[in-house]
Design a protein around this ligand. Sequence first.
Ligand code: NAG
Ligand code: NAG
Length: 495
Amino acid sequence: MWLLLLLVAPSLALHTLEPPPPAPVSRNIPQERWLTVRLNQFMAYDTKTFQMRYYYNDEFAGNNIVIFVGGEWEISPGWVRAGLGYQMAEQLGAGLFYTEHRYYGKTRPVENTEVENLKYLTIDQGLADLAQFIQYVKSDEFEGGKYKNGKVVLVGCSYAGTMATWMRLAYPHVVDAAFSDSGPLHAQEDFPEYLEMINTAIKEQGGEACLSSIEEAIKDLVALFEDPAGPAQITDLFNTCAAVQATPLDMATFFWYGITETFAYLVQYAEPGDIKEACDVLTNPALGNAVQRLANWTTDQDWNKPCIESRYTQVLADHRDTNFDSEDSVMRLWTYQTCVEFGWYQTTSGNNQPFLSAVPLEYFHQMCKDFFSPNFDEGKLRHGIRRTNLMFGALTHMPDHVISVAGGHDPWSPMGPNATHGHSQSPVIVVPEASHCQAIQAFGLTEIQELEAAKQAVLNFMHERVLGPLPPPVDGASSLGVSLMLLVAALAVLF
Ligand SMILES: *[C@@H]1O[C@H](CO)[C@@H](O)[C@H](O)[C@H]1NC(C)=O
Ligand SMILES: *[C@@H]1O[C@H](CO)[C@@H](O)[C@H](O)[C@H]1NC(C)=O
C-alpha cells in the first residue's frame, strides 16, 4: 500500500492517494472489464479510441448504479468488494462499478508518457470518460438494458471526490447524486496551508513539545548545511542514497522527500494514535538531540526505505522515464496534472509550520520545467489554474445533490469545501481530527462516533436521493436515521 501511496502521493507527492483497500467482504468475484472510449472527448470528428478498464460487481444489482470513481492510481477489486460504496450498493440495490482514470493503471490511451502524449491527460477528458461510461452502462448494450432506468450515484475520495463533485456540475443529467470524501475543489499554485495543517494536527494530537522538537531539528539541520562538516553528518544520520550536497536544489530535495513528505504521510493517513506514537520518538531524550531524534524517526519510515533521495539529478532521471511501467510513472503523470491544471504545491511558505523555508515554490516550478519541458513555466501553470477554477467554479459554486465529508485534520481540507460552502441540497460534514479519505471506509469499522455518524449521513442522503424519504423513526430503538440527519445539520452549523 505504501507503493500506492506513492501513487498518489506519489503523486505527488502531492499526496492524494488511493485509500487502502478495505478487508474484502463480498463473496462475488468482481469482473474486470473494458470499455472502448474516445481518446479526445472534445473533438467530435476524432474517432480514435482506447480501452478503459473497470471492475463490476453485480451482487446487489437491481437497476441502480453506484460508481466508485478511480483517481490517479491503479484500480484494484477491493473497493467493489467492501467499503462504504459497497454498502451503498447493497442499500440501493445497485450494480457496483469501479472505473480507472485514463493514463493510470492499465488504462493507457497512448504508448508512453512522452510530453506530446500527455495532451489527453486532463480532468476534462477524465470526466467525459465517466459520462461516456454512464451512457454505456445505461444503454441496451450493457446486460440487455438492465440499468436503463436506474439512478446513478458517484462515490470518490481525494482527487476522485473532486471528480464526483464536478460530474454533478458538468453532467448533471447523467449523475443523480455524488459523495465526495476529502476532494479538493479549489486549484491553487502555492499551497502552504497543507504544511500548516500538519502543524495543527501535530500540535493537537502530538503536543507542543513535539512541534518544538521538529522546529529545533530543522533549524539545526539548516545550520549543519552551512557548516563544512555538516553535510557528511546529515548523510550519515539520515541514511541518504548518496552524499548530500549543500546546493539549493539538493537541499530542497532532501527536505521534501526526506522530511516534509514523511510528515505528510504521517498526518494525511493518520489513524488515531499514529501522530502521538511518532511524537513519542521525536521527543524521546534517550535518542539524543533534536536532529538525532528526527533522524531516528524519519529513517524508520517505510517511505524512506531503503534510503532518502537527496539528489535532484536522480529525481529528474526517475521522473523523465516515459515508460508506463517505470517506478515513478504515476508520480510523473500526477505531477503533469499539477503543472498544467492544479498547482497544489505543498511549500514551506506559510508562517505556521515548523519547516522554515526548506521547500520553496521555485522548487516545484523547476520540476515542471525539468520533468516535461521549459515550456511548462509559471505562466502556463497560472493560466491552467485560472482555467480550472473558471471551468469548475472552485469553491464559489457547490452543485446540488452532492454530500461532502472533510477531515478536520486532513492537510488537503483547506482546498475543499467546509461547512460555509454547504447548503441544504449539498451538505458538508466536517469530522474533527479525521485525516484524508476516512469516510469512504465501511460503516462500522471504527469506534469514532463522528466518523460513523458521517458515514451514516452519507448512506441516508443517498437513500433519500435514490429510493425516496427514509421511513419515519420508530419509537424507541431507531430514530437513528433522523437523528443522524439532524446531526449533519448540527455539524454543519458547528464547524
Ligand atoms: C532509533 O532508536 C532506537 C532506540 O535507541 C533504536 O533501537 C533504533 O534502531 C533507532 N532506529 C534508527 C532507524 O536509527
Ligand atoms: C472555509 O473555507 C474558506 C475558504 O474557501 C475559508 O476562508 C474559511 O475560513 C473556512 N471556514 C472554516 C470554518 O474553516
